[in-house]
Design a protein around this ligand. Structure first.
Ligand SMILES: [Zn+2]
Length: 49
């Protein structure tokens, strides 16, 4: 009985590199992408600010 109810856990925050447009999923805030040193833009909308 390992069929646990799958909660609708939204995917981790999605960050898009403003330099190359690469999207990365991360559960933590990302500063910049070391590969291209591009700033990661958080695409996820933060409810209530
Ligand atoms: Zn990039």
């Amino acid at each position: 009985m390992s069929n646990s109810a799958s909660f609708e856990v939204g995917p981790p925050y999605i960050y898009e590199c403003t330099d190359c447009g690469e999207r990365i999923e991360a559960d933590s805030s990302i500063g910049q992408r070391p590969e291209c040193e591009g700033e990661m833009r958080n695409l996820s909308k933060s409810s209530g600010q």
